[in-house]
Design a binder for this molecule. Structure first.
Ligand code: ZN
Length: 325
């Protein structure tokens, strides 16, 4: 087994190569350039071409590729560099069976050979991964869990997407589904844990309970008050009794969900990102609760807040390109 990474400079690419990362989002496309120590040399954003600007999915898809190629070429010119690696985080996954994009909410990408098409347009090899996987790689490489041998990292925001990094490498798996913890059901469920329909076709997925919209729906059922998760967090921090009940139940659900991860793979650290990760009480209360469910006399797993926040996706994409060169 390879030893764990001690710093980003241990990655495979020569130090003089620039690591480009691109985060392809539904509304924005962002590029970052990192040096071998993780210092940001350049960072730019453009609007992602939208469906409404193009008459067909084929034109929309081509516009997205053209935009990415233009951003890379412009960044190359600005930095006066030839040698680089490029990783791209997308809101979907590459099917190992076909090599084509699946599960993407930018639907014109689905069924296309995005990697092959960008490589052909750029004349340069690239690496593509799911955006939650890029988040995990960022936090494991030089973020909150830097130096930890195995890391489970999950973005809890509008959804619940996670990723696994072991010894500095992203774990993909034969189905490209590693880390999709959000579509497991809640373990140790009790009568306070509702079973709501999930868009994936199942009932009671963690995403329906733990995501921001999920918390809002449950709190509305429990209190008849329709407020955002941010509202509940703020009220909790002000000592509101009703918010305390809502958030206490949330802490316990998250503790159960993460205890299942610890019992299965016992990671050296767990990192949380996304809007929900800003609720500071999680880091105190969840580790006080998960010991009831973990099959061990002690639980020493650090539960950490993401260091790079919203920047982790694009940073992880840059490290992705560098690790697989
Ligand atoms: Zn689901």
């Amino acid at each position: 087994m390879a030893s764990s990474l001690s710093s980003p400079s241990d990655l495979g690419t020569p130090p003089d190569h620039i690591r480009f990362g691109i985060d392809l989002g539904g509304t924005k496309t962002e590029i970052i350039a990192l040096d071998h120590q993780g210092e940001t040399l350049l960072r730019q954003r453009t609007n992602t071409p939208t469906h409404s600007e193009h008459s067909t999915p084929v034109e929309h898809y081509q516009a997205i590729i053209n935009n990415i190629v233009a951003m890379v070429q412009q960044a190359q010119q600005q930095l006066s560099i030839q040698e680089y690696t490029l990783g791209i985080g997308i809101p979907g996954a590459i099917s190992p069976a076909t090599g084509l994009v699946k599960n993407a909410n930018t639907t014109c990408l689905i069924g296309n050979d995005l990697q092959g098409d960008i490589e052909q347009a750029l004349g340069h090899p690239i690496v593509i991964a799911n955006d939650a996987d890029c988040f995990a790689l960022s936090e494991a490489t030089d973020g909150a869990a830097a130096g930890k041998a195995s890391v489970f990292a999950v973005i809890i925001g509008t959804g619940c997407g996670g990723g696994w990094v072991i010894n500095g490498r992203l774990v993909s798996g034969p189905n490209a589904i590693a880390g999709e913890w959000g579509h497991n059901p809640l373990l140790w469920r009790d009568e306070q844990d509702p079973q709501m329909d999930c868009y994936c076709g199942q009932k009671g997925c963690l995403e329906t309970l733990l995501s921001g919209p999920g918390m809002r729906r449950i709190a509305q059922q429990e209190t008849s008050i329709d407020q955002s998760s941010q509202h509940w967090f703020a009220s909790y921090q002000q000592g509101d009794t009703q918010a305390r009940q809502v958030i206490d139940r949330y802490h316990r659900r998250l503790a159960k969900a993460l205890a299942g991860v610890i019992n299965t793979l016992d990671p050296h650290a767990i990192v949380l990102g996304g809007g929900v990760s800003n609720l500071d009480s999680i880091y105190q209360h969840v580790p006080q609760l998960w010991g009831e469910y973990v099959f061990s006399d002690t639980v020493n797993t650090p539960l950490l807040k993401a260091q790079y926040g919203d920047s982790s996706g694009v940073r992880g994409a840059a490290w992705l390109g560098a690790t697989t060169k």
